[in-house]
Design a protein around this ligand. Sequence first.
Ligand code: ARG
Length: 585
Amino acid sequence: MEIITELLAGIVGDAFEKCGYDRSLGRVTMSDRLDLCQFQCNGAFEGAKRYRKAPFMIADEVAAVIDGSKFSKVESVRPGFINLTLKDDELLRFASGAAGSVPASNAGETIVIDYGGPNVAKPLHIGHLRSAVIGESVKRILSACGARVIGDIHLGDWGLQMGLIISELRHRHPDWRCFAADFDPQSDAVPDITLDDLSEIYPLASKKSKEDEKFKREALKATADLQSGDAGYMAVWKKIMDISVPDLRKIYGRLNVSFDCWYGESDAEKYVAPLMELLGEKNLIRESDGALVVDVAREEDTAEIPPVIVKKSDGSNIYATTDLATIIQRQRDFAPDKILYITDSRQSLHFEQVFRCTRLAGLVPESTALEFLGFGTVNGPDGKPFKTRDGGTMRLEELLDTAASAALEKLNESAHADASSAEADKADTAEKIGIAAIKFGDLINQRGKDYIFDMAKFLSFEGKTGPYILYTVTRINSILKKLNVPYDADIRPAEIYSDIERELYLKMALSGETVARAAADRAPNIICENLYQTAALFSRFYHDNRIIDEPNAAKRRDWTALIIAVRRVLMLYLDLLGIEAVDSM
Ligand code: ARG
């Protein structure tokens, strides 16, 4: 597809060249003063330094020779701007080509994205929301730009929480066959455990380990034994996985978040021995208090980067070990060009250590990028990390339920509510609105920044919110239904009647570039901003005009084409955010 700013930069670059200047000065961006022009080139300012001339002189010269066939206005404006506005038919041509399509800016790349990162047997909490929601969107954006993307959940299924649960079960059920020395996986079974059992056992065992040194030692030993493949413990572990994973799938499903790979830390176990061997061969390992560590500090470091521990003194792996081993697995299975990690910013030191160790050991080719995409904390209205009313951590599922029921309440009292719609449909719509509220409320924030979780604000039908965007789409749907035109009818607009339409077409013409920028910056918030701006422009257009009652058939047809294109862009953006639209509300 055509990248408009590049195409225009070519035209303006030709003019710079014609005047004897470097053509790269012709860079064109969308104007931030649409009342003055649609695009601008500021190259004369840089040229002024290079060619020792006043910027306006360069701008005047260049503007005079720009090929004006695509423009309704080419202007040199003091102190040296070149302002450009497209002819309406050019704008329409660009907009119809671009609305809803995306440039293949990442074609040919293989990218592994590590996001989600829930810990099996511990409930998902609000902290896991961001990784899932941001990761899903970054995955969709990069994939729309042509990359082959592999999303991996990287389950936390191999750590101390497993040892804690196993030890507690062992105390409660010393007679279970899986705890006997002669356990036989062929003939012995592990009795049933339920999700409720797990949600009772884990917090209890975790608390106990903090108060009871002996219990803690047992849990650590159980963790190490599990990691070395103890058959009975493996059987319990499998049981825990069998009940936890479907529950995780259910919650991620509600969030419209999916993964290509459901690998866990446990799947890295078979790469730990090769990892240790490689680190040994390269003389990277040193002993420290019985543990094995790799030094990763560099002379130029301004802050201290401690060594990575790759084996604890009891022989068990830790977080870094599995991350390093997983890199071996990813290189072997996918040979990715990039691996992206989406976790809380507070894990940045861990990843710095892991990446440095990866380079020292040469686990991936030099050209493979390892990127840590950290995100900020979700805070409550008091500015401190979000808690439930009684001070506990908010479970993710509870949060989703709260959002859905608040959305349902709003639907029931709202004037737009379609009274005829069945209760089940209403509940489904409310669920989608609730999820949209939470996801948009999260994704609109710059990734690295903390934000305040404000359900009432996120659920509002006005302003920069998910529900406002969904509502805008339903408005378009309802007009198209009344006009009896399919949502995806192929109608080409012939004419533009107002500035607001011009602005809408411009936004749509630049939508593909917007997606490419979001991909390059790994920034779903760019999509959110543009989604909101497009929806808000549509709302202004909608208030100014009566589309259905418009007597002029040609105008009605052009407007119909316009709103179909707007709908296409809104739906594309929503899809890239992983937010599902509703048909009516
Ligand atoms: N399970 C980890 C946590 O809850 C997140 C995993 C992130 N991914 C990774 N490759 N370390 O903190």
